[in-house]
Design a protein around this ligand. Sequence first.
Ligand code: ATP
Ligand code: MG
Ligand code: FE
Length: 343
Amino acid sequence: RPILGIETSCDETGVALLRWEPQAPGQGLLAHALYTQIKLHADYGGVVPELASRDHVRKLLPLVREALSQAGLTPADLGGVAYTAGPGLVGALLVGAATGRAMAWALGVPAIGVHHMEGHLLAPLLEDDPPEPPFVALLVSGGHSMLVQVEAVGRYRILGDTLDDAAGEAFDKTAKLMGLPYPGGPALAALAGQGRPGAFRFSRPMTDRPGLDFSFSGLKTQVLLAWQQSDQSEQTRADIARAFEEAIVDTLLIKCRRALQETGAKRLVIAGGVGANRRLREELAAAGVKDGFKTYFPRLQFCTDNGAMIALAGAIRLAHGQHQDESVQVFPRWDLQTLPPAA
Ligand code: ATP
Ligand code: MG
Ligand code: FE
C-alpha cells in the first residue's frame, strides 16, 4: 500500500505518495507536491526558523490533500507514513514529525522518521536505471558537502566532509556578496552561463593535499576581493560567477575522482541542491565516460528538497520492518553513519 512522505526540515514543504516497487522505485511514485517558502524569507536574506515552522503548519495538510487527490487516494488507502526526523530546524522538523506520527496513529499504520541526507542520497533511485550499491555518493546541498561510501542502504561511511561552508551555502553567500537577491545559488549559476572563460581564476581549495574534506569559505573571500577591486559591471559579475562555479565544480570533481580511486567504486551518485548545477552534471558525466565510472543524478526537481525522496527512503525502511514508536522525536543534528542498515 502507498506510503505518505513528508519533508519539512527547512524552507520547503514537500509531500509525496509512493507505492514500494523494489525493482523500479520511480514507477511507484503516485503523486508529489511541493510548496517553497522562498518568498516568505527573501526580505530577511535567509531562512527565519520561526516563520518556517508556522508556514509548514499552514501548508502541510493542504499539500497532503492535494497529493492524495492527484493520486485518487484517501487517507484510508495509506500503508505507512515517512517524515523527515532530522537533521534540520527543530521547529520545522516537529511540524512534519507530529503531523506524520499523528496521521499514522489515527490510521493504525507504521511511521518512520527519515534522515534528510539519506533522502537526498537515495533520490537517484527514483529514476530509470537506478544505481545499485556499492557506490560513492557526492552529497552537495545547502547545509552539507559530503562524500559517502555506500555499501548498502543504511551502511554509510563518510569519506569527506566540509570544514566550513557547504557547497550550496558557498553559492548563496557568494551570490549575496555580489548583490544578487536571496537565494542566490541558482541565480549565480545562471549568471555563470554568460561569463567569459578565463576572465578570472580562483583556487581549488584543499586539492593540493591528500584527503577528501572540503573547505569553501576561502573561495568566498577571494570572490569578495575580486568583486571589490573590479568595475562591478554586469559582465564582470558574470565573469566572476563563471570562475567561481568552475572552481567549485573542479574541486568537487577532483575529490570525486579521488574517492572513486580510494574505494575502487565504479558508480558515482550525485545528489542535493547543487546536484542541479548544469556544469557540475556535465563535468562529472564527462569524467565518468573518460575514467570508466557511471554517474547517477536525480531529476532536477528531486535534487533540492522534496517529499518523494523521503517517501522512498521511508518505504525502503518500512519494507524492512523498521518503524518508530508512538513518541514524536526529531534530531536537529544526526550522524548519517549511526543509521541502522536496511539490507
Ligand atoms: P540540507 O539538505 O543540507 O539540509 P537544504 O535542504 O537547504 O540543505 P537543498 O534543498 O538540497 O539544501 O539545496 C539547496 C541549495 O542548493 C541552495 O544552497 C542552493 O543555492 C543550491 N542550488 C540549487 N540549485 C543550484 C544550481 N543550479 N547551482 C548551484 N547551486 C544550486
Ligand atoms: Mg531549501
Ligand atoms: Fe536538503
